[in-house]
Design a protein around this ligand. Structure first.
Ligand SMILES: [Zn+2]
Length: 425
């Protein structure tokens, strides 16, 4: 069959080419932004460079430096009196979970909220979080039937504006997940949120199930009951996850269960409220990250947590010791409730009070919230720094967070993947 040519004359061809060039040039200019920066923070080094220009093309940073020429036709954003830094990251969130301890128990939530409801809540939460300056969050489970993966994909497809969401899928744990004393007549309804895995083989299968359904990382709960994961079970989870390029985070509070987690090669200990100095030293030696989820006492109380006072004090003490020993730390909040008048992102920023109370220097806290978190999440080649070729996830504050970390509560500019999502004058 003879092909029918679409372009019928040389003149039409020239017109089409000219139109194509004009369209391409127009869209390129529209996509190019130049930010005049007063004070540019490098959180990896804890340093500030004055009077810089960042050029953003489409979703990426294409140039950054003091003498960078602003491309002709670029949209110029004036942050010449602000402190500019990469977007914040929270390595321990539950975006599809809310209301614990107020009106709903975990069991109520399993029984009364559909996966669709949970996904919609997750989307709302993710958008609130982005407005406060967090451009990346890791969701570590409790998302019904993989609801956080749907939120992640909806944002990636451009259906909604939101932070980068990385998800763990269902939480893998020994029998019962994080439920307790459910009557035998009810059956294992925690399986709506958890995968029971009680041997090396079951752990491997659970990891594979999560990866199959789209998990970016793997989350285990090691010590919810008197029984806890063995060294061999942790090793199996780590081997299986790492083979697929996924980091492993493990909820564990301390003791022998934590020793198994650290020696088993998990990437991060989540919570670790009761870690001894010896275990913290072991974490330092093994390079295990601490994602401390350092709850302020008021948040514990808001969740009707029975050990609010004791554990809030234990957390500050553990944070101090972890810093002194030199354990690698990434910021993670674990916020699952809202205090009156505060959205989820504002609740996450309340953790700054705890880091401050533990005497952690602002530069260390900011690093935990940016480059450290990116390294733990294995996205440091894409995000976490303001550098050429990285995603344009950029925020700004009117004062320096290196002087006072509380400046992060005043984020007035947020750019996510090159798109301005907040710019308060
Ligand atoms: Zn959690």
């Amino acid at each position: 069959m003879k092909e029918q040519g679409f372009i019928r004359s040389p003149r039409t061809a020239v017109l089409i080419i000219v139109a194509a060039i004009l369209l391409t040039a127009g869209s390129m200019l529209a996509q190019t932004k130049a930010i005049r920066v007063g004070h540019l923070i490098d959180p990896a080094a804890g340093t500030v460079a004055e009077n810089q220009v960042i050029v953003v093309k489409d979703r990426l940073i294409s140039e950054v430096g003091p003498g960078v020429t602003i491309p002709e036709g670029a949209e110029v954003i004036d942050l010449s009196s602000a402190w500019v830094m990469p977007g914040l990251m929270d390595a321990h969130t539950h975006i599809t979970l809310n209301g614990l301890g107020t009106s709903m128990t975990l069991e109520d939530l399993y029984l009364k909220a559909t996966t669709a409801t949970r996904a919609l809540l997750g989307l709302k939460t993710a958008q609130d979080i982005l407005q406060t300056g967090f451009t990346t969050v890791r969701d570590v489970g409790n998302d019904a039937n993989y609801a956080a993966a749907d939120v992640r994909d909806a944002i990636r497809r451009g259906w909604f504006t939101g932070p980068t969401v990385l998800t763990s899928g269902k939480i893998i744990g020994p029998f019962g997940g994080q439920s307790s004393h459910i009557s035998p007549e009810q059956g294992p309804f925690w399986l709506f949120e958890y995968i029971d895995a009680d041997s090396v083989e079951e752990v491997r299968k659970a990891v594979r199930q999560n990866i199959y359904y789209g998990a970016d990382c793997i989350k285990l709960v090691a010590d919810n009951s008197a029984f806890y994961y063995t060294l061999e079970e942790i090793r199996a989870a780590v081997e299986e996850s790492h083979a697929a390029g996924r980091p492993v985070s493990v909820h564990v509070m301390g003791g022998e269960a934590a020793r198994n987690v650290i020696l088993g090669g998990a990437d991060s200990v989540e919570h670790g409220f009761y870690l001894s100095d010896e275990l913290l030293e072991l974490m330092k030696e093994k390079g295990t990250w601490l994602v401390g989820t350092d709850f302020p006492e008021a948040h514990f109380k808001n969740m009707n947590y029975s050990r609010a006072k004791e554990d809030a004090a234990a957390i500050i003490d553990r944070l101090k010791r972890a810093y002194k020993i030199g354990v690698r730390m990434a910021f993670g909040s674990d916020t699952v409730s809202n205090l009156p008048g505060k959205n989820r992102g504002e609740m996450m920023l309340d953790y700054l009070d705890v880091w401050q109370a533990a005497g952690i220097p602002p530069a260390t806290t900011l690093k935990a919230m940016t480059t450290n978190a990116a390294e733990l999440l294995k996205i440091e080649k894409q995000r976490g720094l303001i550098a050429k070729g990285l995603a344009a996830d950029i925020i700004a504050t009117p004062a320096s967070p290196l002087e006072n970390i509380q400046a992060l509560r005043q984020v007035m500019f947020v750019m996510k993947d090159g798109k301005i999502v907040k710019h308060a004058e």
